[in-house]
Ligand binder design. Sequence first.
Ligand code: NAG
Ligand code: NAG
Ligand code: NAG
Ligand code: NAG
Ligand code: NAG
Ligand code: NAG
Ligand code: NAG
Length: 659
Amino acid sequence: MLIAALALLGSAFTTARAVTVYGQIPLAQTIGANPSAGSAVPPTKTLAAYDKTVLNPPALPSPPPAAAYTLSLQKDAGAVNGLSIPHVGGSFWGFSVEMSVISQVLGKNSSLIQVPFLNLMANLQERAGSVVIRLGGNTQEFAAMVPSLPNGHTFAKADSGSTQTTKTPAVLYTVDMFYMAANISSMVNVGWFFGIPFNDSTNWRLTIAEQAQAIVGGHLLGLQAGNEPDFYQQFGRRVTYSPQMYTDEVQSLINTMNQNPLILNKNMLIGPSVATSGTWTPEQVWDTGFIDRFKDNLYALSVEHYPNNNCAAQFNTGQPIEVPQDVFPSYLTHTAAVNLVQPYIHSTDLAQAAGKPFIMFETNTASCGGFPGISDTYGAALWAIDYGFQMAYANFTHGLLHIGGQNVYYNPFTSPPTNQSSYNEWTAGAIYYSTIVVAEALGKTNTSRIIDLWGNAGSVYTPSYAIYENNVLSKVALFNFMDDKSGASNSQVTITVPAGAPSTVKVKYLSADTVSTKENIMWAGQTLGNQYTVDGRFRGSLNVTTINCDTTANTCVVPVNAPGFALVFFDTNAEPLSIGQATETFATTARTKFHNTVTFDPAALSTSNGHSGMSKDGFGSTSVGSISKATRRMTVSGVGVMLGSAILGGVWIVRGLLR
Ligand SMILES: *[C@@H]1O[C@H](CO)[C@@H](O)[C@H](O)[C@H]1NC(C)=O
Ligand SMILES: *[C@@H]1O[C@H](CO)[C@@H](O)[C@H](O)[C@H]1NC(C)=O
Ligand SMILES: *[C@@H]1O[C@H](CO)[C@@H](O)[C@H](O)[C@H]1NC(C)=O
Ligand SMILES: *[C@@H]1O[C@H](CO)[C@@H](O)[C@H](O)[C@H]1NC(C)=O
Ligand SMILES: *[C@@H]1O[C@H](CO)[C@@H](O)[C@H](O)[C@H]1NC(C)=O
Ligand SMILES: *[C@@H]1O[C@H](CO)[C@@H](O)[C@H](O)[C@H]1NC(C)=O
Ligand SMILES: *[C@@H]1O[C@H](CO)[C@@H](O)[C@H](O)[C@H]1NC(C)=O
């Protein structure tokens, strides 16, 4: 979203919305002249993505919830009322990448793809089987494909001075954007969403649909028809606009697509993507007959929503500035997730009746960049796990966490602030861990069903969920949102399973010292590293806690720190229990900025967790320029990605990989 439009909005500007800080975000790092090329040291002015603000944890609730409480659970799903429908599963949380920052996140072009990004996706794929990514956002409306751009660039910006929203730079891209997506999907199982521009509904620009279908092929999942249309009038993109007018425009789009022989699949649209913070509710769109009318043309129904916005501080809108310290507590209770999801329960019912997925197409902690001291903390990670589970419980199919580049606080991951993007100098946002946790919790079987347990007398500080897979109790998720170093607020959760508790359960904890920290966040003892140290792989030894249960009383007692999160596995052979990441054996040596070398012990490859299917020969090491043909035989994994890659000038070159 754009500064110019914001200035126009003035006092009408009161709601949360999806905003990318245009003009402040380096469109493509490769274009922003950064004289310190080759150095990923923090820039002099700290960009939001690397902000160091640390807030005080919220005060403890008074009276406090009980420290010890019992959850009484059924073993068989058949005995449980209110379970969600089975989900696609672990790919629940995906990502939404603002078009203007694709080159920061995915890479410069189809032959220079960021390896940390691939590693981060590989972690998720290992747990979930696949990952979904949307390339779009506000910038999709004016984006345009051009025949070529200078210097091998796939992305650039141009002033769209001729448009109504004057100061909006249009994202320019070449056909290579689709090859990038296709190349990424050939290495990690990513399914893509693109957006059809809605800036001009008379002369539809459908190149993106034609090219995405032709090039991305089966990895293209859907095409968004309109992004937050409930803001089009307010943002000056339409003079007047109503849900009926939107529906009529979708009809016009479908008519145009039907006449276009280059668009082979006319039935993969996604809508209405209303922000719900604006003037429209989803119901107002449903009331136009949207679902019945377009059922055959739709891949999924969608909404977009952020719980709050930081627009006043980011853009001097004149509205009262939200003080992060005051807002922080609102993220650290179960009420946050419940309130975010409640307005959509009727809509997810309608989607279910129509047999369509329902997707939260863009979300995060707050629009206009998020909040310093909140959006990138362990507290936000707890919030995003609860929010993801709550959506899954309410029969959403996916949620997509927005990535806005280096000028926002909320990214799940961010590349270094130079165009040399060394692979081990990325920053992982705390909410990336949430995507990993939800991926493990919902898993790969396509049978996961989840229920909010409302345990501990319904305390909003200690929410809990049960997950059933193949119709049996498979996992329990336990939260403790309180921050209390004394230990007095730690939970002791007794899980009783009258039909018979197992002799042991295994627990993976997501831990950190405090809700306000951005550092040393650990999932089962492993971390991606702190700011500027991330290469997308987990480090440290996997630490899964075994808890002995009382098989006479049929109880298992699980401790959860304040703050803390525990994922309790009832099947002690469950696959995620052995998934960590390559540890020291995959040490990476950055020798110089321009000549990085990856070394690893081939013996470790065949024995390491989660990397089965690796062939044993020929993977001793890679060095610059060496691409082993043998890599073609590997299954896709984070290691595979590393193996088939070579670094040149700090940027990984990926080619000839896999399949
Ligand atoms: C990095 O940016 C500088 C300055 O704009 C440019 O000269 C250089 O070619 C860029 N390097 C890469 C790998 O894109
Ligand atoms: C829509 O966007 C395209 C690409 O930026 C631009 O060329 C065109 O003039 C815009 N049309 C309108 C009506 O704003
Ligand atoms: C990607 O950029 C590099 C460096 O500018 C260039 O050598 C290469 O040809 C480009 N690849 C594509 C597919 O454009
Ligand atoms: C990536 O895309 C380019 C087209 O730009 C293609 O030539 C190349 O073979 C692709 N690489 C992989 C690994 O798919
Ligand atoms: C999800 O769908 C199931 C099956 O239709 C239904 O029983 C359940 O109530 C729904 N969940 C919510 C929160 O509406
Ligand atoms: C789960 O669904 C996906 C997508 O439809 C499919 O590719 C995968 O094979 C399914 N997994 C299982 C275990 O059935
Ligand atoms: C493993 O995790 C448990 C539970 O958080 C902790 O008590 C223990 O110290 C950890 N062990 C190691 C070796 O880090």
